[in-house]
Design a protein around this ligand. Structure first.
Ligand SMILES: Nc1ncnc2c1ncn2[C@@H]1O[C@H](COP(=O)(O)OP(=O)(O)O)[C@@H](O)[C@H]1O
Ligand SMILES: [Mg+2]
Length: 482
């Protein structure tokens, strides 16, 4: 439910539910009452009430019309008695505070009853009931002209309207029912509203506090009404993004530290040997021209290694920051591999390494390639095969296969291979197997660069070990459909 609807429903319910319950109680009350005592307010009772009202007014008019002395007149007293008897009432006539006439039986009206009747008639005329001779009455007082000292007072005792009492009871019950259900519904709906709106907001506030203090693991559950649920979802996404960005930042920080320590370590080795050879020359250890030339050549080779390492490092850093744009062009895979092999063949032949190419492609397949950069990768892979070759009959095979959507290029050699333990790490920058570190020059960046370039082509690169019989590097690239 959304918040607006909930507010409307809550407001409607606080009125509708009490009204409904009150109506039901009223119906039930009327039903039970009518079963027990007959109709609560019938036409007859209305008629009776009207008759009493009319008789009272008539009597009052009669009394007021007559002279003050008339009430002492027996004929007039009889007339009044007759009038009041028609509605089942009784009559007391007072003059100078003493009873001069009463329609009640003489012993029925004592001083106490008279005082009660006077009090009821003055305070709540027609409302308060008094009991005289085990009969209930309400009292109406009619005073003759109070200015006239001769005037008297007439007390009209009227039988109470039982049904009016029933009606009052009914109204009290209904009123109380409405009040109680109104309070109960309000409490209930407020509680419900707080559960659906305030509780999720409290949870949100708690989560926001946690995030503010740096605890990004505090999950925000989606709960509450639609708007609040959406807010929870957005905040949860924000939390995840924040967590991810902090994680990436920490990773970059770690990488940076690792990079610096690896660079310093890997550069230090050739620089130390350059220093050693220079010292050798300066100290006169290289005392023959042949020795000096040998020292200088070694220094040159080491300096070149440092140069190449710095080149690789710069390239890697640029690729890592996505600073070099790729220059993709539609390229025939077979032709591309052939051109790479052609370029590295002389060097490989020099090292007595034989190259072969096998293609399972059924037709000419083209891929989008940055020729320059991909060629560098292939040359690097072939150069690794050359560097880590330990067999007399050295062979590098390039195998081309296709899947329904991609071309797989496999560069397989029968060199020393990598152990299963090193295999997962050879694409990590600066990673070199122990075997490679002993004597074979390299920066440990070649395959890391290859991975970046292949991923820049939306491709995949991986390695397969053939134990002591060498290894394969495989590259998969999506081919272009005609
Ligand atoms: N053809 C291969 N045969 C055996 N080991 C290889 C081969 N290619 C790569 N490796 C291993 O993977 C590591 C990482 O290769 P690379 O990133 O090119 O670094 P580098 O050639 O500078 O050592 C190498 O040090 C080596 O241990
Ligand atoms: Mg290499």
């Amino acid at each position: 439910m959304n918040l607006k609807k909930r507010l409307i429903a809550a407001n409607a319910a606080t009125v509708a539910i009490p009204v409904l319950i009150t109506a039901l109680v009223a119906i039930a009350y009327l039903f039970i009452y009518s079963k027990l005592y007959g109709n609560i307010y019938s036409w007859e009772s209305y008629q009776r009430a009207s008759k009493i009202e009319a008789a009272l007014m008539d009597t009052e008019r009669l009394i007021q019309q007559e002279s003050p002395d008339a009430i002492a007149d027996e004929k007039f007293q009889r007339l009044l008695r007759q009038k009041i008897a028609e509605i089942g009432g009784e009559l007391i006539i007072l003059k100078d505070d003493s009873v001069i006439y009463t329609s009640l039986d003489a012993p029925g009206i004592g001083k106490i009853e008279l005082a009660k009747a006077l009090e009821a008639g003055q305070n709540k005329p027609g409302k308060e009931t008094i009991v005289i001779s085990s009969q209930s009455f309400t009292v109406q007082i009619i005073e003759q002209d109070p200015a006239d000292a001769a005037g008297g007072t007439v007390l009209l005792l009227v039988p109470p309207d039982q049904e009016a009492n029933g009606l009052i009871q009914f109204l009290i019950v209904i009123g109380l029912t409405f009040l109680c259900t109104f309070i109960a519904t309000n409490i209930l709906i407020s509680y419900q509203f707080s559960r659906a709106v305030l509780q999720p907001l409290n949870h949100l506030q708690h989560a926001a506090d946690e995030i503010r203090t740096g605890n990004l693991d505090c999950q925000i559950a989606e709960e509450g009404d639609r708007e609040i649920e959406a807010l929870c979802r957005d905040l949860e996404l924000m939390r995840l993004k924040l967590k991810e960005s902090i994680h990436t930042q920490l990773k970059y920080e770690d990488n940076r530290k690792m990079l610096i320590s690896s660079i310093s370590h890997d550069l230090k080795t050739p620089v130390t040997s350059i220093k050693g050879y220079v010292e050798g020359i300066l100290d006169g250890v290289a005392n023959t021209p042949e020795k000096t030339e040998k020292y200088l050549k070694t220094i040159y080779v080491k300096a070149e290694q440092v140069d190449k390492m710095i080149d690789d490092l710069l390239l890697y850093a640029k690729l890592d920051l996505n600073q070099i744009p790729f220059n993709f062009e539609r390229t025939d895979v077979q032709e591309f591999i052939r051109s790479c092999l052609l370029e590295s063949e002389p060097e490989l032949e020099n090292n007595r390494i034989h190259t072969e190419m096998f293609s399972d492609l059924t037709q000419k397949r083209c891929v989008f390639l940055d020729r320059e950069r991909m060629k560098r990768i292939v040359m690097n892979i072939l150069d690794n095969s050359r560097k880590y070759m330990d067999k007399d009959e050295a062979v590098i095979r390039v195998l081309l296969r296709e899947t329904p959507s991609s071309i797989i290029m496999e560069f397989q050699d029968n060199g020393c291979g990598v152990s299963e333990k090193d295999l997962p790490y050879i694409f990590d920058r600066f990673y070199r197997s122990d075997q490679a570190r002993t004597g074979i020059e390299g920066s440990g960046l070649g395959l890391a660069i290859a991975q970046q370039v292949v991923e820049g082509h939306q491709g995949i690169i991986w390695a397969m070990s053939h134990g002591k019989e060498g290894m394969s590097i495989l590259i998969s690239l999506a081919y272009l459909k005609d």
